[in-house]
Design a protein around this ligand. Sequence first.
Ligand code: PAF
Length: 270
Amino acid sequence: MRNACREIRQSGKRLGFVPTMGALHAGHLSLVQAARSQCAAVAASVFVNPTQFGPKEDLSKYPRDLDRDRGLLEKENVDLLFAPAAEEMYPAGAVTWVTVEGLSERLEGKSRPGHFRGVATIVSKLFNIVEPDRAYFGQKDAQQAVIIRKMVRDLDLGVEVVVCPTVRESDGLALSSRNVYLNPEERKQALVLYRALCRVQALADRGERDAMKLREAALQVFAEEKPVRLDYFEIVNKDSLEPVKDIVRGALVVTAAFVGKTRLIDNLVL
Ligand code: PAF
């Protein structure tokens, strides 16, 4: 993979890179399309990264279908697909980690300790192998995007990070590889995340600036969908991820909730 990527760059082509964990959907393909439109060559990776899953999380049942993913990437004219085995990425005895301190412990990191250490480590390893000019991530994983940007800056990785808009179903549900876990009833309940975000946006559009009031309105929306267990709903600064008191300078609204056993996340930028 390293040699193939180097050859592309040495031929003077700009190399775009889309790292994924497979189970590709239209959200991933929008990243590939953005890369395709901006770069002469595009590489993608499919790797279900074990180190970003907690011991009680869904690593073993995470959807995997490499043949389907390969077909979808081929249709999008991806030049290179990297789908390594876990032992190849993490040889026995590997003890080196990348940690983006502070940003990694809040929100998702609070509920999923160690998650962002796994993400930052695998993304930097993939960047070291591919050495892309640009790498593409989805806004759906807003905190991940903030952390990767910070890691790239702090470690001078020389990759331009491009964050693409969240792709949604027609009723607003954010596309996620985990949506396949939802049964039809849960699929309906899952819309509460988007409904709560839209409620905040509507109030903000009408002039409400107080983050506490906006949050309370969102919690009310969740309270009306009893079976869904809210993990967090926060209004934060879009770079520092620190809670904000008002949204005068814009803000990132982030939420996570359990719908049945499935944990979903969503966000919007006010
Ligand atoms: O967003 C994802 O799919 C993963 O976290 C990533 C960036 C591919 C790292 O495993």
